[in-house]
Design a protein around this ligand. Structure first.
Ligand code: SAM
Length: 418
């Protein structure tokens, strides 16, 4: 297995040169995809018009890959490829085609040009971000590096479900010719990177059960709970269960994972997914108010602006409802307050988001700390901002998606009264 160091260099672009006619056809198709994306009101994920386009049986495999790459690449770099303006309304197909053509002419659309920042506007236009995202990026130690790390497509990362199975699984993947293993993660022991083209559906069920697809940063959040065999763990915003399964794996059959999410469709998905993975996760049908104080660990993976996921879906840049951003902190604070009631004295409460927007991160964590006595902050991830409660994962530093993590310990006995 290769070493994980130098991971980004091993990532795309890895696209072979295309026949000019195939490229021209792909440019036209990507332009139509983007035109459809910008025309929708409200804008929905680029994946929708793209998936429709990719279903065309007339497309060859290289053509299909080119349409996907050009659609995402152009969406990612939209401002930089044109006049620097952010797209506010519908965009003509001709204008889309001009940008897609400019994107196709770049050797590597995802690599950063020489740094040239630094104010919000220069960063927004130069790295192609909407103002709200650029403002938040300015809190990074190196905003230009952070912005361009976010512009680079995220690597494909597996979470190996048993830490001692990382090397054996890597060997089995290579031996079976299922894909190229790039190396282990840097910040989570169970992370394993594989090259694009790794087909998760082609594997036999036994092998498939040995890993989950999960960004290394999400794995760090599960690590940050320090959940251990024998403990009772509550995943309070469990969504479709990516972290619940990770928590169950940490308990290795001893203890209990309970999952809750306000969205019934997600709870149903979680049940199916956990069953398929053979993970023991109890899913609540409603929040059980009688279970106060009975969990060793409570994880709040809160709903948020999701800025930290933009390297997996660059269209997020142009779907953003900036007016809606201000609502997140109060929602996050309310969920934290509700979840806190389930932490037993001496237990841990972990707050995480997938954004680098400080108002939703340390802004919420600080206010919560003040308002919730009996909790002592204990950062599970290096805190680089002086006085901050939690730490932020940045893609240019840890090669993960962007996350924030804070953790508190509920004080027991007299300490809780002090
Ligand atoms: C960031 S997602 C969680 C992702 C999930 N932990 C995972 O790893 O796949 C946030 C989740 O919070 C849920 N949510 C929103 N408001 C909530 C509330 N008041 N109580 C519980 N869950 C809530 C949403 O339905 C959403 O699934």
């Amino acid at each position: 297995m290769k070493s994980a160091t130098g991971m980004p260099a091993a990532l795309p672009p890895d696209v072979p040169a295309l026949d000019p006619a195939v490229l021209d056809d792909a440019i036209g198709r990507a332009a139509r995809v983007l035109h459809g994306f910008f025309a929708a009101k409200p804008r929905r994920a680029l994946q929708r018009p793209l998936a429709k386009m990719l279903r065309d049986p007339a497309l060859t495999a290289p053509g299909r890959a080119a349409v996907a790459r050009l659609s995402y690449g152009t969406a990612c770099l939209w401002r930089r490829l044109g006049d620097g303006g952010a797209p506010t309304g519908p965009v003509s197909e001709t204008a889309c085609r001009a940008r897609v053509t400019a994107c196709a002419a770049l050797d590597d659309p995802f690599s950063a040009p020489a740094p040239g920042v630094l104010d919000v506007e220069t960063l927004a236009a130069g790295a192609s971000f909407p103002p709200a995202m650029a403002r938040a990026l300015m809190t990074a130690d190196d905003p230009w590096a952070a912005a361009w790390a976010y512009n680079r497509p995220g690597p494909m990362c597996l979470r190996v479900r048993a830490v001692d199975d990382v090397e054996p699984l890597a060997a089995d993947i290579e031996r079976a010719g299922l894909g190229t293993v790039l190396g282990r993660g840097r910040v989570s022991a169970a992370a394993l990177f594989v090259a694009r083209g790794f087909n998760v559906y082609a594997h036999d069920p036994t092998l498939r059960r040995r890993y989950e697809i999960q960004d290394e940063g999400s794995q760090v959040i599960v690590d940050a709970t320090a959940a251990a065999p024998g403990e009772r763990v509550l995943d309070f915003c469990a969504g479709r269960g990516g972290k619940s399964i990770g928590l169950a794996d940490r308990l290795a059959g001893a203890g209990e994972v309970v999952a809750w999410d306000i969205d019934p469709a997600r709870r149903a998905h979680l049940r199916r997914r956990a069953a398929a993975a053979g993970a023991a996760v109890t899913v609540w049908d409603e929040v059980d108010a009688t279970a106060h104080g009975s969990f060793d660990v409570v994880l709040v993976d809160a709903p948020c602006s999701a800025f930290g996921t933009v390297r997996r879906g660059p269209d997020l840049k142009w779907r953003l409802d900036e007016a809606a951003l201000s609502a997140f902190p109060s929602v996050q604070a309310a969920i934290l307050a509700q979840a806190r009631r389930f932490v037993r004295p001496g237990g841990r409460l972990v707050y995480a988001t997938c954004t680098y927007r400080p108002e939703e991160n340390d802004g919420v964590a600080r206010a919560f700390s003040k308002a919730a006595p009996g909790l002592a902050p204990e950062a599970p991830w290096p805190v680089t901002t002086p006085g901050a409660i939690g730490g932020t994962l940045w893609p240019h530093v840890s090669f993960t998606d962007g996350f924030y993590i804070a953790r508190w310990r509920a004080l027991a006995g007299r300490a809780a009264m002090a």
